[in-house]
Design a protein around this ligand. Structure first.
Ligand code: ADP
Ligand code: MG
Ligand code: MG
Length: 255
């Protein structure tokens, strides 16, 4: 069993008017086998949390800890975090002109495993992963994310998830910009990953609609840089009906 543990995490970004605190004491524990959903309004700091765990240099951790099985993730480089088993699917996946999807996947796999994948099984694995998200195999020859539609970028994230098979996956708005078929296909990919049983998922989302396909064990309402409420599936249903308003007002009153 593995545990990803976030304790009292405070994170700032540098702005023109000086450092600005975005995360204001985040507490969250994810164990392998669990699916957690973080839901919150735009600008509440959800992507900042994802980037901070993954080690984006723009985000300064001013206090708190992030550990995986007791190991200090914050002391690790981005690459080391990936090798330790952490995967981030970004809200806005970056385009990498001149690097083909095939090369990108193989390089990432080699970096994480410490050795190149066996060519014969690898090609089969890549084709299988692409087939399962109904991504045309010719995408393997295209530059990473260049000219991809929103849905194609998200399918590509699921292909990476399947091939790299991390211990913990952070999926930042993997549902945004998807039509109903793509939402189902992407959700099924996340469910396949999670069904392995010893993997952890942190699903960040703004809308409740993806939760029709992916059933979280825990739901966290994220407002103003921290977790404002925790619950189970029923909390997502309450949010669907009531929205974030109540939590935003409470956070503003406390600030
Ligand atoms: P969410 O993902 O919940 O929509 P973000 O984490 O993207 O929220 O942003 C949270 C807040 O932090 C926003 O007010 C945003 O403008 C601000 N922010 C995030 N990154 C930066 C940055 N690099 N520079 C300045 N402000 C930032
Ligand atoms: Mg955010
Ligand atoms: Mg975001």
């Amino acid at each position: 069993m593995s545990t990803l543990e976030i304790r009292d995490l405070h994170v700032s970004v540098n702005t023109e008017s000086g450092p600005k605190e975005i995360l204001k004491g985040v507490d969250l524990t994810i164990r392998s086998g669990e699916v957690h959903a973080i839901m919150g309004p735009n600008g509440s700091g959800k992507s900042t949390l994802a980037y901070s765990i993954a080690g984006h240099p723009k985000y300064q951790v001013t206090s708190g800890t992030v550990t995986m099985d007791g190991e200090d993730l914050l002391a690790m480089s981005v690459d080391e975090r990936a090798r330790a088993g952490l995967f981030l699917a970004m809200q806005y996946p970056v385009e990498v002109p001149g690097v083909s999807v095939a090369n990108f996947l193989r390089t990432a796999k080699t970096a994480i495993d410490g050795e190149a994948p066996k060519l014969r099984t690898w090609v089969k694995d890549v084709n299988g992963a692409m087939d399962r998200v109904q991504m045309d195999r010719e995408f393997a020859n295209r530059s990473v994310n260049e000219g991809f539609s929103g849905g194609e970028k998200k399918r590509h994230e699921v292909v990476q998830l399947e091939l790299l098979n991390p211990r913990f996956a952070i999926l930042d708005e993997t549902d945004s910009g998807l039509d109903i078929d793509a939402l189902r296909i992407v959700s099924e990919g996340v469910n396949r990953f999670s069904a392995q049983g010893d993997r952890g998922v942190l699903l960040i989302t703004h809308y409740t609609r993806i939760l029709r396909y992916i059933k979280p064990d825990f739901v966290h309402v994220f407002v103003n840089g921290r977790v404002a409420e925790q619950g189970g599936q029923e909390l997502a249903e309450r949010l669907e009906a009531e929205g974030y308003d109540k939590y935003v007002r409470a956070a503003n009153a406390a600030a």
